[in-house]
Design a protein around this ligand. Sequence first.
Ligand code: CAA
Length: 408
Amino acid sequence: MVDFTLTDEQKDLRELAHNFAEREIRPVAWDYDRDGTWPQAIIEKAWEVGLMNTHVAEAYGGPGLDYLSGCLIEEEMGWGCSGIGTSLMANGLAAAPVSLGGSEEVKKRYLGMLCEEPKLASFCLTEPDAGSDVSGMKTTAVRRGDKYVINGSKCFITNGGYADWYTVYAKTDKDAGHRGISAFVVPRDASVIVDKKEDKMGQRASNTATITFNDTEIPAENLLGEENHGFKLAMMTLDRTRPGVAAMAVGIARAAFEFASEYSKERVQFGVPIAMHQAVAFMIADMATKVEASRLLVWQSAVQLDEGIRNTLASSHAKRFSADSAMEVTVDAVQVYGGYGFIKEYPVEKLMRDAKIMQLYEGTSQIQRLVIAREVLMGRDISEPQPELTTKETEVAVAQSETAAATA
Ligand code: CAA
């Protein structure tokens, strides 16, 4: 049986997130977008009311929420302002590989840090020459005694300029393609260089930076999982975070749909509100369908995760469809506003600019199609369990934890 009923806790959480978006985010969103203002005060308030680090387990100070609850929050943040929402939610992307592959010691220290204070972490995968093609990365990590030495540069790093630590992917075997990548936690104070803040088309309140490692030394126990198994960790992470990104796209589309619907009822042309013209009414109808269908895919991909089912396909369906729909809905919202839609004084041009990144980050719409094509063509059983780290990978994490405890 299919049941879309939210629990009382989930309804309360959605209301909390909506009220926060309405009262704390919406009133400043357009000013923050214009000026590219870093939303520090909003981050602190969101942390205070429990809207950040939602999936960090209770053992490390987080609320350990289910993924569907996380998506409910992310939709509201996207509705409020996806630039500010991205700043609030990026910790989840950095924290997921730590939750999956970190030793007890590393989890306590770095996940704990995010829950003790409103601190930030960034996920460093992309490089100037390695975007969709993750295996093409050039950053290296070389083991020297009880340390790894990291060299290289990562670009388009969300919250990079403000993060206290980074989840960094680097080649530990340059000749092994995707099987030569490892993941590490790199603290900011390990001589990390923040090179550049990008001046972006949309989501202008979020910080996007270049991060460089120049003989950056980190303790060997900061390796996440097993050496050379970082690619799998990255893919497992993206399976967990793409539903949330897709939910944020639903929020953008919903906001555009609401603005366009209201405007179409007020704006009079040819003697009647433009909503009375079928050409406009059908655009509104298509917007509504796209929002509903996107949300259903998001919820499916999150519920599969919560039930321990492999959600790679559902996650890419949700990300691809929600991102493309957000773009289409926001473009149509501008169309409904006519010439006014092109003017910054009206709300929808910001949404159109913000929507564009949804088709690009955390895997482009083309990469989602590539994943979908592979998954449907290989005919994978949709009830297959969510992949886990191998026994060896888990043993390595436990051994690291014990070594760290012994030397503490
Ligand atoms: N879960 C677990 N393992 C997986 C997996 C998954 N979902 N997907 C693939 N794997 C495993 C495969 O089983 C395979 O394992 P073996 O080594 O045992 O063979 C291995 O990973 C390689 O898989 P592929 O052959 O499918 O790898 P590929 O090189 O063809 O790449 C890809 C696949 C889908 C294109 C992948 O590279 C990809 O997702 N690229 C996009 C990257 C991306 O999303 N970047 C965004 C960065 S985050 C961001 O945007 C920053 C921000 O701040 C918002």
